[in-house]
Design a protein around this ligand. Structure first.
Ligand SMILES: [Fe+2]
Length: 294
């Protein structure tokens, strides 16, 4: 680079001071450096953004598995890893019949390969539909839906992926609660068909403490579920309550928990079934289950 000249105040051309060139060079270097830094910063930001997105996409599922805040209202809230492979057909009903449809789907996913158990479940759901007129006069259409949904779901606790305590009413209810089903359905499944008597006899009474006993065994809906379950045999055949309870005692043996609590449990089941039949025979039971297609 040649020596640059500038004019002084009198107009004489003089050599440009070296520090001026240095300053210009330094300014260029500063500008270049600034541009480079901005470019680097932009590249870094772009990479960082991509990294952040990828990182988020990867991390979210593992947070869920580790039990942090649920990522959706239907993600299991308790011990989620237990249900990682369990089918989920859930959510409260938004339209008439939706609750029943979802219940039927979940029951099919869990039990349709179980032979007699599935036949029993389907038949109990049919019986529950017949019992809807016994509950709608006091509970309305919602009570009918809850009854039939609970009938589909009452034995899902037998499905292998759900077995936890080995007491099927609680194992089923535990899964339903963890996946966001309405509390009425959860309570009905937990307490169905005199579960409290069998649980107490097996030393498992505490497992039912967290499930609403009023909803589970003292309402017309709970009594109608007893009627549906206890008038349906293990392979789906129609039976009387006496015949059904006698069959259970034969199947489980005289030393079983069912046999030991039979003196309390069987009369309670007979009372619930009789109450349901009385409601079905009453003039108020005139509304059919036309809106339930399960
Ligand atoms: Fe059953």
């Amino acid at each position: 680079m040649g020596v640059m000249r500038v004019r002084d105040m009198t107009g004489t051309r003089v050599a440009r001071p070296a520090d001026v060139n240095d300053t210009r060079g330094a300014r260029r270097r500063v500008v270049n450096h600034t541009r480079a830094t901005r470019t680097q910063r932009l590249n870094h930001t772009r990479v960082g953004r991509r990294g952040a997105v990828n990182h988020t996409a990867v991390v979210r599922p593992s947070r869920s598995r580790e039990g942090d805040a649920p990522t959706s209202p239907f993600t299991p809230r308790t011990n989620p890893s237990r249900f990682a492979s369990v089918p989920r057909a859930q959510a409260p009903a938004a339209h008439p019949g939706e609750l029943v449809g979802r219940a039927r789907l979940l029951a099919a996913l869990l039990l349709s390969g179980s032979g007699d158990r599935w036949q029993h479940t389907r038949a109990v759901a049919r019986r529950a539909r017949e019992a809807v007129p016994a509950v709608t006069p006091t509970g309305g259409q919602r009570a009918g839906e809850v009854l039939v949904a609970a009938a589909w779901l009452h034995d899902i606790g037998y499905a292998a992926p759900l077995v936890d305590h080995g007491f099927h009413p609680v194992d089923g209810a535990q899964h339903l609660r963890a996946t966001g089903w309405p509390e009425e359905v959860v309570a009905l499944v937990a307490h169905h068909s005199g579960a409290r008597y069998t649980a107490a006899e097996r030393g498992l009474g505490h497992l039912l403490d967290g499930y609403d006993a009023e909803l589970g065994h003292s309402t017309p809906v709970a009594q109608a579920l007893v009627w549906a379950d206890q008038t349906t045999g293990p392979a789906g055949e129609l039976v009387g309550v006496q015949e059904r309870t006698a069959e259970v005692l034969r199947r489980h043996g005289p030393d079983s928990a069912q046999a030991r609590c039979a003196a309390e449990r069987v009369p309670a089941l007979l009372r619930d079934a009789a109450a349901t039949e009385a409601r079905l025979a009453a003039p108020a039971a005139h509304e059919g289950a036309w809106y339930l297609t399960a």
